[in-house]
Every structure is written in structure tokens, then in C-alpha cells.
Design a protein around this ligand. Sequence first.
Ligand code: GDP
Ligand code: IMO
Ligand code: MG
Length: 427
Amino acid sequence: MPALVLLGAQWGDEGKGKATDLLGGSVDYVVRYQGGNNAGHTVVVGDQKYALHLLPSGILSPGCTPVIGNGVVVDPSVLLSELSGLNARGVDTSKLLISGNAHIITPYNVTVDKVTERFLGKRKIGTTGRGIGPTYADKINRVGIRVQDLYDESILTQKVEAALDVKNQMLTKLYNRRAIAVEQVVEELLEYADKLRPYVADTVLVLNQALEDDKVVLFEGGQGTLLDIDHGTYPFVTSSNPTAGGACTGAGVGPTKISRVIGILKAYTTRVGSGPFPTELFDADGEALRRIGGERGVTTGRDRRCGWFDAVIARYATRVNGLTDFFLTKLDVLTGWDEIPVCVAYEIDGRRVEELPYSQTDFHHAKPVYEYLPGWSEDITKAKSFSDLPKNAQNYVKALEEMSGAPISAIGVGPGRDETIEINSFL
Ligand code: GDP
Ligand code: IMO
Ligand code: MG
């Protein structure tokens, strides 16, 4: 039975939440495998709109077990308030499972995220300020706090002491901030322990047993391919692996188990925070994409940078993730343009380049080479099948598919669950 990975093919905010929710009714488990509450996944069900940050989008499908895998970083206060917010709206969250090996975003990780960004000034990454980078840094430095540590006060105290040893020197001597008291952090973390206990589980065992029992498991990525710490536009990236391989390490499932990898691809491009973005628009078209597409961050409320579709990036996403399918989202937003530019290659220092350059300097110099595809003006939000789309919209989709290297198996024509054209079934 299938284990599917669903991930962002661009710089995040492609519509992963909607796509996951669409499949939620047909899968047994939805698993977050990396990132944390830097994610903002919007799901629209009927007239209800949900903004999920840490919880897998499967939480909204009653038959589905949501799982927070070992590769995720968990801010307990955010998690608990997300749970109580959903409970207040009548959503049952009791099935949630959290890996005991997931790392905790502590209050000092959030502080360090904010002060280091301020210190970087013009060179800042534009992080979400949620403590993501410092928490993963602690994990790699082997001074991280894991969910299981909440259940052993003595170990927890020793670990917080070790983590704060160097950080307090840095905060006081370099950043001119007050030192953080070990006891205060331990006390706060212990308050979360009992509330989280019912959810903590050996999620690696649970997921592997589920796969043995022919259950369907969907791994839901946060962020996107170009924000990947290894494969993204480093250093303007997040600190985890949203790419497909991250699902294996971040959930403890072997690559032989993964049967399908679906890339969520917006019909144009957006990015939040700093870093290169070849097709970015600074004109009325960029403003129109932002307005029509509602391109404002779910997590930080920042305006998203907007630009035309970039096929070089889509091809790259196909390659580094081994994509089997694309889910093209927000096609409806492009209604109304006479012609739609699509970036088919880059020009870098006078040369035409077809693939994403591995050199950061080259990527910063990349200028888009555009092809212009004819637009359409008909409302497409009611389209139920590919043939319902106007000819020019069909041709736009076919052209993107040809350039991007994997079949487009679904098309989003609106934010709602049913505003989707399914071409090939995912299950
Ligand atoms: P995610 O982080 O990848 O889950 O994406 P976000 O939720 O941050 O941003 C995607 C936005 O686009 C959300 O507001 C969705 O409700 C919306 N959306 C998703 N698919 C479509 C679509 O096909 N058409 C339109 N108009 N909106 C969509
Ligand atoms: P979803 O899951 C878009 C960006 C931040 C910043 C960089 C590093 O909703 O697609 P971080 O706080 O992770 O250290 O910030 O990554 N970023 C996102 N951009 N969508 C996201 O998540 C993002 N999560 C992080 O803006 O540029
Ligand atoms: Mg988002």
C-alpha cells in the first residue's frame, strides 16, 4: 500500500495544506516530518478556514491519525494553543501522535533566532522568528532538548544547563541581553509535560507497523524544495530538509517504502523572506498577483514576493525529489492576463542556462528568459475536469507539464477542497 510524500516544489506556500486536506479523507496517517511552526498551511473546508502551523493538515479528516515525526521541531506552547483552538471549533484532536525524539523549541531558541537576525542587519535571512534555526543547530550540536526529556526532570535540568552555558555567554557578552535562568526554563517546560503526555509515542514503530498492515501514509512537507538546507538557495533557506529524503529521516521510514512523491507547484511563484528570486516582479503585475492570489503570509503576515512561473525551478524540484506527479495550484489566479510569461531558462553573464546553477553567485546573477503563453479571461473556478478549462488554460498547463518533467495530476482552481480538477488519482 502506498506511502506518499507531498511537498513544496518552490519556496513554500504552494498550497500544501489544501492538497493534504484533499487526500486526508482517503489516507490513514498524515505525518509532518520536518520544520515546525514556521509553516502556515491554510485549509478551507466549506465556509470554515483553518490556519495550521505545527499540526499535520490531516487533523481535519476524522478518520486520519495525525503524526508529528522525529524530524519536526515542536514549540509546546504553540502546539497546545493550536490544539485548544481546534477543539474550540469542534475538531477532535485526540488521535494525534508526537515522536518522543522530536526536538523542543525552547524559549531561548526563539530569543536566539530574533537576536541573531537583528545582528545580521541587511544580511538577515528574514526568518519567521520562531526559533527554528537555533533549535536545529542545538540538535546538530547535540545540546538539544527532546520531547522525551520532559519526563525526566533531572536529565532535563542537566540538558538545559548545558544548552544555556554557551548561549548565556553569547547573549550577555555579544548581544548585550540578559542571561536566561535555567530554573525558569525547566519550570516552563515541565508545565507542558503532562499536557503532552497522552500524545507521545514511538511514531517510527507505529508508522512502520501501519505500512506493514497496508495502511496509507501521507508525509506532508513544510516549506519547499528551494528552502531546503541542502538543496535550496543557501543561506536563504530554512534549517531542515523539506525535500523527499527528509520524509525518510524525519519519520524513520525507509526509502523503499515510498511509492509516490507529489510536488505542489503554484502556477506562478512566491517567496517570503530574503534571497534570490529570478522571476520576481516589482511592477503592477507583481502587485496584481499578490492581490488576486491573497499572497500574504499565514504565519508572519508579511507580504509575499511574487513573480512568474519558473520552469527551471520546477525541473530542479523534479530531480532532487524524484517527483512522480505535480499538483498545480492557483491556476485561477492567472485568469485575466492577455499573455502569461513563463521562465524557461536563465541568462547568466550572457550565457543561456537551462538548469539551476549550483553556484550561489551564478544564481544571484540569473535573469529569466521568458516565453509568452496566451492567457484566458473565462472564470475557471467552477471547472471540474480538464476539458472544462478554456483552451489557453489547457495549453498553459500542458506547457508547464512539458517543461517541468513530471505529469500534472491535479489542478487547483480555488482554495476550497472541491475546487480541484483531478486528472490522475493519487491513490
Ligand atoms: P502552504 O503553506 O503550502 O499550505 O500554502 P499556504 O496556505 O501558505 O498558501 C496557499 C494559499 O492559497 C492559501 O490561502 C490557500 O487557501 C490558497 N489556495 C490553495 N490552493 C488554491 C487554488 O488552487 N486557488 C486559489 N485561489 N487559492 C488556493
Ligand atoms: P510553509 O510550510 C514560506 C522562510 C522564511 C525565511 C526562511 C527561514 O507555509 O510553506 P525559518 O523561520 O524557517 O528559519 O525561516 O524560510 N519560510 C517559509 N516561507 N513558507 C513557509 O512554510 C516557510 N517557512 C519558512 O520566510 O525566508
Ligand atoms: Mg504557508
